[in-house]
Design a protein around this ligand. Structure first.
Ligand code: BEZ
Length: 387
């Protein structure tokens, strides 16, 4: 090498390393794709609040890097999912996607994340396929699979000696998978699902279906609804007088973030979920206090999932010392983390889904109170995941 070429290559090296350092100092670009309108709007807002609360607690930075947020309202509309996620990936050039609530929309996001290899943290949507056949190292969930809380409720219902169940839900991935998970455990325990009722998402015309339930007189009804739809369903069920004779069980979304609006109609209801409001641990108490101070409202499961999505990202970025180029280090750390969550500590499976306790909860006033662990350290079966 001549003196001239040595100087030239040193200069190239110098520029390249300056470029990498500048990149490491630039803000981490986070794309929040959540519903800010429609029946799941409150869920999207709580997730964003929870995520930002954790970042604020770290001084507004993760792994020493500032955070820049880019937001898209996905409207819980699967037909717009590809366009919406494309805006974040291509237009806003985000480093990490965080979203979403609705399983149908999340399936579109997961497809785009797999193709573009963008990091994706799912702070709610339980679509079983995402940590099943679509599993990928760059996709991790901070929430649950649709199977998890449903399976636990089926087990509880069977253990209570209930025999004949009717299920009712919206006709889309989350509802279908939730009633399937319930039926799996309920029928294994000796029960029988005698009828599956459903209506299109996000419809709330429940009257004909409630009439059908009254006519069939099952021992129990299992429901999957969430957000605004859950408020209306629980109120309509009580207004029809059905809560007096047929217990209404559900995955905990039926009564989470909804209790002030549901009032008397939800009192005493039993549900299963990976969170309960009154878990009396220093971690949960501190989280609920900071959340209430910051947002003047009570934390719910969605806020917890947003908070934990930020914790999972922080674990990845910390392992790579903030260097987004170290993809393998980030994704490995995001899978290895033990998340110190308000719900209790949990780990992440190889497929990218939380392995977590599922609580049995009872509604008392405006709280979903813990009535014990229904299933300890429940792992989704991750059917079809090949890594
Ligand atoms: C879902 O679509 O996966 C979902 C939506 C709301 C609550 C729980 C699950």
């Amino acid at each position: 090498m001549t003196f001239k070429t040595a100087i030239a290559s040193a200069a190239v090296l110098c520029i390249a390393s300056f470029g990498a350092q500048a990149q490491n100092k630039a803000p981490v670009r986070i794309g929040l794709m959540l519903p800010y309108t429609g029946t799941y709007a409150a869920l999207g807002n709580a997730i964003e609040n929870g995520f930002k609360l954790y970042v604020q607690e770290q001084g507004g930075k993760l792994a020493g890097r500032e955070i820049a947020y880019f937001k898209v309202d996905d409207e819980s509309d699967p037909s717009k999912a590809t366009d919406n996620v494309g805006k974040l990936i291509k237009r806003d050039n985000v480093d990490v996607l965080v979203g979403t609530v609705h399983s149908g929309v999340a399936l579109g996001m997961a497809k785009a994340a797999r193709e573009s290899k963008t990091l994706l943290i799912i702070p709610n949507a339980g679509a079983d396929a995402i940590t099943g056949p679509m599993c990928a190292p760059n996709i991790v969930r901070s929430s649950f699979s649709n199977w998890q809380p449903a399976y636990a409720m089926g087990k509880v219902a069977a253990e209570k000696g209930l025999k004949r169940a009717i299920t009712i839900t919206w006709n889309y991935a989350a509802g279908a998978e939730s009633v399937k998970g319930f039926a799996e455990a309920f029928e294994k325990g000796g029960g029988k699902v005698i009828k599956d009722l459903n209506l299109p998402f996000p419809g709330v015309e429940f009257q004909a279906l409630l009439t059908e339930i009254a006519a069939q007189k099952p021992d129990v009804v299992y429901a999957f609804f969430a957000g605004g739809g859950a408020v209306k369903f629980v109120k309509d069920y009580a207004a029809a007088g059905l809560n007096k004779s047929i217990p209404l069980y559900g995955a905990g979304f039926l009564t989470d973030g909804t209790l002030e609006a549901q009032g008397d109609s939800a009192q005493g209801m039993l549900t299963t979920l990976h969170y309960a409001d009154n878990l009396d641990t220093p971690r949960n108490n501190a989280f609920r206090k900071s959340y209430a101070l910051a947002y003047k409202s009570n934390a719910d499961v969605y806020a917890v999932q947003g908070y934990d999505a930020a914790q999972i990202l922080a674990a990845g970025l910390n392992a790579a010392k903030g260097d987004l180029g170290k993809r393998d280090v980030i994704t490995a750390a995001m899978h290895k983390v033990v998340v110190d969550s308000p719900r209790g500590k949990f780990t992440i499976s190889a497929a990218g889904n939380p392995v977590q306790d599922i609580y049995l909860r009872e509604v008392k006033g405006n709280y979903n109170e813990n009535r014990g662990v229904a299933v300890k350290a429940l792992a989704d079966p991750a059917r079809g995941c090949k890594l």
